[in-house]
Design a protein around this ligand. Structure first.
Ligand SMILES: NC(=O)c1ccc[n+]([C@@H]2O[C@H](COP(=O)([O-])OP(=O)(O)OC[C@H]3O[C@@H](n4cnc5c(N)ncnc54)[C@H](OP(=O)(O)O)[C@@H]3O)[C@@H](O)[C@H]2O)c1
Length: 269
């Protein structure tokens, strides 16, 4: 890569101005992998930003910042004061607020914006998926099922109330950390676990809890895929929540794709 001075809007010189400054929006395994690669490369100055939602977080290589920016304007201010040259949104496919905010902020601040998002899962032969556009539609669907079912929820903490309000069903919700008010809920059992999950573990859970139906987001990746294999083998229907649409940024599905984009972009300057 050629030596090049990049935009610094802070006026401060407490970093190497020849290093492109990259902001990774994180909270995923892919973000951590990308940070690990880039932080080993002296070409770049890399910072990973995390929302700080979970208490027990995996370690991230390189620089890190924590917490929300305060919407689009806060993010623009951060990009300006930190003299960021490229933003890589490697947040979870369902983290649509930060993804939308990032797109708007990068448009306004006029810097390249890439999205790192793993490929979605696709239904295979013998899968029994009912695809729905969002959580609300999943809840409406469950409301129409009159027979009592045991439903395995892997949709996270958000909007849990909407599920447990459907009183004819029993819910088994798996999440990383407990949400505050769950103890009181009568038709809810919480399982606190962090993936990855094996096929054996998922088979055991499905049998022990007598799961009739699974509700999940189309997150993609391997860490939580085993439940779908087990559903296929045991003919368990899956209510699959589709991903929200992406903004019109450059989208790569692998860390390698992002690294080669960065290499090409900065060597061409
Ligand atoms: N949604 C999921 O299913 C899921 C699953 C696994 C991991 N995660 C990770 O958990 C985080 C929160 O997810 P979410 O669905 O609550 O996101 P969200 O609804 O899109 O974002 C909510 C707010 O959280 C802040 N935020 C989110 N990601 C951030 C980041 N990487 N750095 C700094 N601030 C961030 C932003 O606050 P401000 O507006 O104040 O900037 C954003 O407006 C994301 O980083 C995501 O990658 C989400």
């Amino acid at each position: 890569m050629t030596s090049q001075t990049f935009r610094t809007t802070t006026g401060k010189t407490n970093h190497n101005d020849t290093q492109p400054r990259i902001l990774i929006l994180g909270g995923t395994t892919e973000a951590n992998e990308l940070a690990e690669h880039l932080s080993k490369d002296p070409t770049f100055h890399v910072t990973t930003s995390r929302a700080g939602v979970t208490v027990n977080r995996a370690k991230v290589s390189g620089n890190e910042r924590m917490g929300g920016f305060g919407g689009v304007e806060g993010l623009i201010e951060y990009l300006r004061t930190s003299a960021i040259n490229v933003v890589i949104d490697a947040t979870h496919p369902f983290a649509s607020t930060i993804t939308g905010n990032t797109w708007t902020a990068c448009q306004k601040f006029e810097i390249p914006h890439l999205i790192l998002q793993r490929s979605a899962w696709c239904a295979e032969q013998n899968d029994n998926w009912i695809e729905v556009p969002d959580i609300q539609t999943a809840q409406e669907y469950l409301r129409t099922l009159e027979n009592s079912m045991t439903v395995f929820l892997t949709t996270g903490q958000k909007k849990l109330d909407g599920f447990i309000a459907i009183k004819q069903h029993k819910f088994i919700a798996r999440m990383i950390e407990p949400s505050v008010s769950d103890a009181e809920k009568q038709n809810l059992k919480i399982i606190l676990q962090r993936g990855p999950f094996s096929e054996d573990e998922e088979t055991r859970l499905v049998k022990e809890e007598k799961i009739d139906l699974i509700v999940c987001k189309n997150s993609g990746g391997t860490a939580t895929y085993a439940k779908l294999i087990v559903a296929r083998k045991h003919n368990i229907p899956v209510l699959m929540i589709s991903r929200p649409p992406l903004p019109s940024a450059i989208v790569k599905s692998t860390v390698k794709g992002i690294l080669s984009w960065l290499q090409n972009h900065f060597s061409a300057l």
